[in-house]
Design a protein around this ligand. Structure first.
Ligand code: TYD
Length: 136
């Protein structure tokens, strides 16, 4: 069975100056961070992602605003709402994912254990199901 996605709660360090969240490879983040990208300015009716990765793992954090993430393991799916900078969603490799319902102010930060490589993206759902051995 594929490893499941899971929510990671980060400690918020607050004082009279405001809030701060710190995340480190090997502590809050279960891999060595090799890539960071962020998604913003996506219309609420747009679905992003629509792929699985053969090697990349991710932690998604909605720094501002909110979005939803649907993860699909071929035979079952789960939906996560990301709406707080103290909450991350860990997505293991070989999990199909869609990001959608972005609020107008959404800034979705993504950390990954791999540099960008188009070859390790599976963008065809049938191919995905074939690779993980699930009949669609
Ligand atoms: P895309 O994969 O379509 O984004 P999403 O999965 O969120 O729908 O990527 C959008 C563009 O950004 C595309 O031209 C590829 C490029 N890109 C990079 O150059 N590096 C990256 O790490 C990522 C994720 C995308």
């Amino acid at each position: 069975m594929l490893e499941r996605a899971q929510i990671i709660k980060f400690q918020q360090r607050g004082d009279e100056k405001g809030w701060l969240v710190a995340v480190e490879s090997g502590n809050e983040i279960p891999f060595d961070i090799k890539r960071i990208f962020y998604i913003f300015g996506t219309q609420g009716n747009v679905v992003r992602g629509k792929h699985a990765n053969r090697k990349s793992e991710f932690v998604l954090i909605n720094l501002a605003g909110s979005s939803k993430v649907r993860v699909d393991y071929g035979d079952s799916e789960e939906v996560f709402v990301l709406d707080s900078p103290d909450t991350g969603l860990y997505i293991p490799k070989l999990v199909w994912k869609d990001m959608y319902d972005f609020s107008p102010d959404s800034v979705l930060l993504v950390l990954s254990n791999e540099q960008y490589d188009t070859q390790e993206y599976i963008r065809d759902k049938q191919q995905y199901c074939k690779e993980i051995g699930v009949t669609e």
